[in-house]
Design a binder for this molecule. Structure first.
Ligand code: ZN
Length: 145
């Protein structure tokens, strides 16, 4: 905000708050840490985010990760398991029962291991991009979605 004479002028630069590094915030979220300070815990349960950071106090409740982490985990695990299954079938052709006994638990374990880190990265992305309720200067009349 700049002051010209007696009038206050909003400019793009003054509307932007502190610079927020996207990749750093996503990496911190991936590790389950606060995207702003990197110290406080982001989660209070497996997929439940804490209400706020215990170190810097940032409010985590405005995040709207919704189903995106699950979609991303499906894409990631699919890109690991499908080439693996095709390669094993092409080179070794093991019995179907052995493939099912291997691929199904591996898919489940990989998905569960990735779900929390991917959700943390999504919350970090939303914070860094000032999405939803993370914007300190929301436009008037447009509620955070
Ligand atoms: Zn913090």
């Amino acid at each position: 905000m700049e002051t010209v004479g007696t009038a206050t002028v909003w400019t793009r630069e003054t509307a932007l708050g502190e610079k927020q590094d996207l990749w750093r915030a996503m990496k911190r979220g991936f590790r389950g840490r606060c995207p702003r300070c990197g110290e406080g815990k982001l989660f209070r349960a497996f997929l439940k985010t804490a209400n706020n950071c215990s170190v810097c106090g940032i409010d985590f409740t405005p995040h709207r990760a919704d189903d995106l982490p699950a979609y991303l985990v499906i894409v990631i695990v699919g890109h690991i398991m499908v080439p693996l299954a095709l390669s094993v079938e092409t080179h070794f052709s093991p019995p179907v029962w052995l493939q099912l006994a291997t691929y199904l638990p591996l898919t489940l374990i990989l998905s569960l291991l990735l779900l929390q880190p991917v959700k943390g990265a999504v919350v970090g992305l939303q914070w860094a991009m000032r999405m939803h309720g993370f914007d300190e200067n929301p436009p008037d009349g447009i509620p955070p979605v």
